[in-house]
Each structure stands twice: as C-alpha cells, then as structure tokens.
Design a protein around this ligand. Sequence first.
Ligand SMILES: Cc1ncc(COP(=O)(O)O)c(C=O)c1O
Length: 404
Amino acid sequence: MPIYAPAPPAALLTPEGNPALSDWSMTAGKVHLNHGSYGAVPRAAQERQLQLKAQMDANPCTWFMGQAATLAGTRTGIAAFLRVPAEDMALVINASAGVTAVYNSLPFTEGAEIVTTDHTYGAVLEGAKRIARRHNGRVAVAEVPLDADAALVVELVMAEVNERTALIVIDQITSATARAFPVAEIAKAAAECGVPVLVDGAHAPGVLANPVPDFEGFWVGNLHKFACAPRGTAALVARGPFRHHLTPLIDSWGFPHVFPESFDHVGTQDITSWMAATASFETIEERYGWDNFRSYATSLGDYAQGLVAGAFTALTGEDASVDVGMPVDPLRLVRLPRGLAESHEDSHAVRAMISDRFDFETAITTFGGAGYLRLSTHLYNTPADYEAFAERAVPALVELARPR
Ligand SMILES: Cc1ncc(COP(=O)(O)O)c(C=O)c1O
C-alpha cells in the first residue's frame, strides 16, 4: 500500500536570501520537528526581551511602579494579534495557568461534574479531577474516536452533559492526537443547556488566523507555541456572565478591579516575555507574513506526513497513515509500527532515543494503546528535515519495533 507524498514546497529564505532557520537560534545539528510542544523564539524577539530586561535592571523601582500601566498597553498589542478586544483578555504565564484560574474561580456546587474528552491534555484533565474531587463531583470523559467528524464529536461530548454539569472543557487542537475539535459548535450546544465552556486553545494562536471562537465562555491560548512569543506568554479570554467570577492565580494589588484589569497586577513578576511578544508577531509578519506561514506549514505538513508515513509503510507493510477527522495544518500524526510507544513511559523512551541517536526533536504520543509520531512544521523547517528523518530515523524505529 504505497502512500504518496505531494511535491514539497521550496524551503523558505529570509528577505536577505539566507535559510529561514537563521532567524532562529536552535543548536546546529539538532533538527527541531517539535514546535508544537515548546515553540522557538526568533532572534529579534529574544533581543527585544534582553533589552527590556536591561531596562528593568537599570531602575527596578521605576520599572515595577509602572508595570501595571505598561501591562495594559501590552495586552492591547497581544489582543490585536488574537483579534479580540483587549477588555476581553488577560495575560497569564501559560495555558495551564489560564485553565487553573478558570477552575479556581467558577462557583462549583456540591456534586458538580466537568465534561471533557479522552483527547484532553493530561495536566488539564488532572486539574479538572482536582476541582471535581473538592466538590465531591466527577469528571465525565467522552470517548471520541480518533477519526470522528465534527458532528460525532459534538454528539459524544453533549451526551455526557447532565443537570450536574458545571463546565465543559474542550480542546481546540489536541496535543496527543494533533486534531481539531468543533469548539464553536460545542459552545453553541452548551449555551442551549446553560453550561459554560472552557476552550483549551493552547496550540491555536498563529495556527488559526482568527483563533478565538465567537462564544460566551473561556478560551486559553499559548503565544509561546506557534506564535513564537518568548516563553511564559499566554492569553485568557473571557466573555459572558461568568467573566467577573475570574480571579487571578496570584492575589496581588489587582483586588479592587475586575477581569481583566485584576490580572494586570502580578506582583514582582518579570513580564518582559509578554512585552516582547509583539516583536515575534511583527518579525514573522514583516519577514514572511502570517498567511504565508500558514500556507507553507500546510504544504510542508502534507509533504512530511506523506513522506514519513510512506517510509514506515514501505518497511512494515502496515498502513502508517492516520485519519484524524479534523486535521491541523502544522501538526501531523503518523502511526508508529505496532509495539512502539504503546504506553506513556515507552513514548518518552522512544522520543529520547530519536533525539540522542539521530538528533531529531519530535513528539511521540500514545492514544488508545497505539503509538504515534507527531511532526510539527514551521517557517524554519525544510523538506530536507523530513527527508533526513525518513532516511535515518524511520528504519531504526522499525527495527526497534521488531519482536526479538
Ligand atoms: C492542548 C494543551 N493544553 C495545555 C497545554 C499546557 O501548556 P503550558 O505547558 O504552556 O501551560 C499544552 C502543552 O503542550 C497542550 O498541548
């Protein structure tokens, strides 16, 4: 069963004619195919953050006295990138912090239930369980087949909702399974039942031109993944009747205010990553264009997925292509040979082996007892990255999977 890869796109160059990778600072010799987990910050934004840190240390008193006012302006710049009004958005250090703020703020009652799916990011699921335990409630997990279409996802999630449901937590783009969920449709169905929704959009900024769906509820997104902001930069958007329940994770001088101003007072926290975030957005817009990023990531993803799945299939005779129902352009899944990464522990060991022996940084995930390779594509990746992976790492992974 041959799998055909479409023609590869031409590798991107900087406006000066150098490989796009020269705008980033990754270690030479390590190939970063895992932007989805940790992002990578362009040099221009790293430099901007270092300048801001120097200003902070030149006069800490002036810096911190003016920090809350600065932060309100910073919020405006980031909100414009996400295409939401600044008064609907607060900044937090990561998606986990945004999710935790929502969990800690909502008025859960005794026996409250939280509905989510078996694709939910592990730490987000554990947080939901902690809150449910605190209120003697439970987390109801909808089992969603990997290839489910939008209508089936809505049906399976809503089937878990009952009169005790206090919150639905749904991924916009899933981590282990690299697929999208129909969050706008779920939010609409939930609104008809009066249930608030928290959308985990950790991967959405940059991947989607308009990442925040139009609904009343909560949305969190990481700017330090595909949007390439310095790490520790995430947004929490809240709309509708529950937004004024939201309290920041850190009790500081924001207490007289309501969302989002209450989140602008973060004590003596270094907010230079937030302030430098727009340098990332602008660098990419000026040098490549965000729309070009999305179309390049799509064609490179199509090529990478076809090429690598084809390489596995040719060696094993097992079909390595995966139907994820609602695919995501720069995050692609390939089925690993049977016997590999079928547990979380094993997936960590396989990832480490690929990095140590072959110098490729990848994500190896497990879902439903099967192992998957998750490949990311970004501006600095080239077709040659995936060709080298198919040539060097795939035969070793097939060999590793062979029963001895
Ligand atoms: C779907 C999803 N949610 C939440 C997170 C947590 O992000 P962070 O570690 O930046 O808080 C991740 C991290 O990869 C994720 O993939």
